[in-house]
Design a protein around this ligand. Sequence first.
Ligand code: ES4
Ligand code: ZN
Length: 317
Amino acid sequence: MIRQLPKAELHLHLEGTLEPETILKLADRNRIRLPYADVDDLASRYDFNDLQSFLDLYYANIATLQTPEDFAEMTSAYLARAVVAGVRHAEVFLDPQAHTSRGVPLEVVLDGVGSVLAASQRRFGVSTGLIVSILRDHSAESAMSTLDAVLASGVAVLGIGLDSAEVGHPPSKFVDVFAKARAEGLHTVAHAGEEGPPSYVWEALDLLKVERIDHGIRSLEDDELVRRLADEQIPLTVCPLSNVRLRVVPDISQHPLPTMLERGLLVTVNSDDPAYFGGYVDDSYEALGLPAETLHTLAANSIRASFLSDAQKSALL
Ligand code: ES4
Ligand code: ZN
């Protein structure tokens, strides 16, 4: 039933779709040395204490991506799996700085990902948009030069996002970058309130003027913030399996998503880094154990919260 519901995926890191088998295959092909004996050894390390312990493994594994074909294969494999999950539209994150900072040219990254996204409607029946995410634990200068280079590349970009290690890197650090992105016509989103406090959500809204909040679950600690998010129907891209695996929530039965819906928030369900957190977006809906009617609401919310036009949304609802 869940797989039949037309849905949009709005919070997915392409690099977080690299399965352990793929990582080892790429390492072999590109002659990259990884400190894992075999696939079971690698998979056994997917036991995280917090966001940083996950990010350390995520960035280490990304080093296996070298050529445009590597980036293209990663993107195709995700879209093939997304179709099975009933995803009809995907707005996907990519972290250019995670590649350029280790010497992979931006064109390699964008050519590989961009060519597959451009063909996605035809090949997979999934419309797509690319959200270039800024690594918040890198400098504001690096963020600005990344934005400039992406804009100059000519690749189709839907929006700008903000991700990586949250605490200590508040949205205020990137006011100029987001102002420029908005002036260039990009949509804007930011991870906020995942591990960081509600004040980071306020900053993302008031200083970066983002249109959606990624995660945002700590917003529940601030009643005034919940009222603002509900009044303005600002979408929250919640990732239940991620929250459990990164120990933001003790277990899935205690996930606050039902409370968020009760409080009038425009909540969507997403997979974040499916290869790391135990499932794709269909698995994420399933794990919540909610009634069919609520699952319908969540799927419809995902389409409403997307950056599609009203006509495109109507065609999917
Ligand atoms: C991420 Cl779960 C999460 N949070 C922040 N940044 C990320 N990058 C990839 N996955
Ligand atoms: Zn994320």
